[in-house]
Design a protein around this ligand. Sequence first.
Ligand code: ACO
Length: 322
Amino acid sequence: MSFARLSGTGSYLPERVMTNAELEALVDTNDEWIRERTGIQQRHIVGDDETTCDIAEHAARRALTAAGRSPSDVDLIVFATTTPDRIFPATACLLQARLGIHGCTAFDVQAVCTGFVYALGIADRFIRTGGARCALVVGAETLSRIVDWTDRGTCVLFGDGAGAVVLEESKGAGIHSTHLHADGHYADLLHVPRDSTDDPAGNEMPGGYIRMKGNEVFRMATNTLGRIVDETLLANGLEKRDIDWLVPHQANIRIIAATARKLNLPLERVIVTVERHGNTSAASIPLALDVGIRDERIQRGDMVLLEAFGGGFTWGSALLTY
Ligand code: ACO
């Protein structure tokens, strides 16, 4: 029986930093409100000619270097994004071409903020069943292009970024389990309508931008993430005390803290990066994982729990020994 083991991580944030103070000039908000309600201090924004594939390439190359692998070793690319460069081909194929790889399986996954956990779950299943030996799993977003910069309820929350991991076939345990869920009945609480005719409430609103009922999303996210923690521990016969590190989706410090409380984990055992880049959707978990591994808080042999919640609604978790 083969397992999928994490052999390298990489991440990238665009150069341009947008502070909370800059947002005060765009909408009726303030630094204190944003920090207090979300924990966010700044976000990174791509340049005009910078794409999701561009920032993903930086993260992917860093992950391959950390794994001691070259692009030609990769036989599977799973790319989680809500902001692909084109409607088609998949951004995974664009990245494959950038990396100079020919012929391997490459496709995108759309599960919004749970996208990276979905992608990891899919790559894990490929490796366990012998369909791949060395997978590049990417989460990258240019959310600044679908943020309504006149809506203070959402524009303060999101940012751009990319993260990637290399997963390799291994005899010893790496990923123990992944748990992937969705419930489309909640689609309208957090979505990007295609155009003004696409609003279920019948409002005339421009399409193409994030629309969210923040309060309801917050409530659902905290309840659902609590349940998925239980599901993951139960599936693996583990207790809360067996978890060394929580690497959550970085949406809001209050949601992160609620999940840590559920696990009886002090915040010192949680990798938190939301203050630096806001909610980067599918990129946020690999970004945080990369930070925790590079600064050597997460050590080989540690038990790490990843969890996410996002539009769909979708939610999921992954438990792994690093
Ligand atoms: N600046 C200042 N005031 C604001 C702002 C802002 N940016 N946004 C809202 N307010 C005001 C509201 O208008 C409201 O004012 P009122 O009381 O006069 O009506 C007041 O602040 C409180 O608003 P709430 O919406 O109740 O604030 P809340 O504490 O719920 O925080 C937030 C809002 C941060 C959006 C929160 O609901 C949240 O984090 N929700 C989850 C969002 C999320 O994580 N989404 C993504 C998850 S899924 C994914 O990652 C795609």
